[in-house]
Write a protein of this length. Structure first.
Length: 235
């Protein structure tokens, strides 16, 4: 049985340019925001970097009204090349010149303490103005954010942010990740997926395998993937 996000995937078609489609989707949701502010949780990885490069060119987004948070992070220093927050700063925050706020995950304390601090920071958001968009990726193993297959954090029902790691040890570093209660509170969850290396994960989701990405159940789920990810070959 397919999860909510996998059901949406099965009804979706490839897009020609994933970063451009992401930027357009972000603009549309900014215009349709419920309040004055626009709250967005961001991701990491090469596809995310290209998406943020594209989003930084959006002229209809008033970035002074945008509050940015992270959906997951590696437990590395802020300037480490593997830090998602560094990617966001370099590909979005510094390019637009200003945002309303950017609140990275803390990474230089005990992992559980870092998770608890970010949990406490996120909780007023979902109990108040809410999260407009969470940007998600898809790993070759079907993980999203840093919710990995077979990890106990997949069953977390109370905490909004947890310390975690990949049980298979294929993904380096201990991580912090938001959980399904946080993800599913978002008004929109936007997946961006690019490249033939993601084709197997896409097919497993379509086949109904209970991968972490399949379980996302935000009010709106949008899949933006290219032909290479869909068909397993060149675009």
């Amino acid at each position: 049985m397919r999860g909510p996000a996998a059901e949406v995937l099965c009804q979706s078609e490839p897009v020609r340019d994933v970063p451009a489609a992401f930027a357009a989707a972000l603009e549309e949701r900014f215009r349709a925001r419920r309040g004055e502010r626009f709250v967005v949780l961001l991701s990491g990885g090469p596809t995310a970097a290209r998406c943020y490069d594209s989003a930084a060119q959006c002229e209809s987004i008033n970035w002074a009204l945008v509050d940015l948070y992270m959906g997951d992070e590696r437990l590395v220093p802020p300037e480490d090349p593997d830090a998602n927050q560094r990617l966001v700063r370099e590909h979005l925050v510094e390019k637009v010149g200003h945002v309303g706020s950017f609140t990275p995950m803390p990474t230089e304390l005990d992992a559980d303490r870092c998770a608890a601090e970010y949990d406490a920071l996120l909780r007023p958001l979902i109990e108040g103005v809410g999260i407009d968009v969470i940007h998600l990726g898809l790993g070759p193993d079907g993980h999203t954010a840093s919710l990995f297959p077979l990890a106990p954090t997949l069953e977390e029902a109370e905490r909004l942010c947890v310390a975690t790691e990949d049980p298979s040890e294929r993904n380096a570093h201990r991580r912090l990740s938001v959980t399904y209660p946080l993800i599913d509170s978002a008004r929109s969850a936007i997946f961006t997926v690019s490249g033939a290396q993601k084709h197997e994960a896409i097919e497993r989701l379509r086949d109904g395998e209970n991968l972490p990405a399949a379980r996302v159940a935000a009010a709106e789920v949008l899949w933006l993937f290219d032909r290479a990810a869909s068909k397993g070959g060149p675009q």
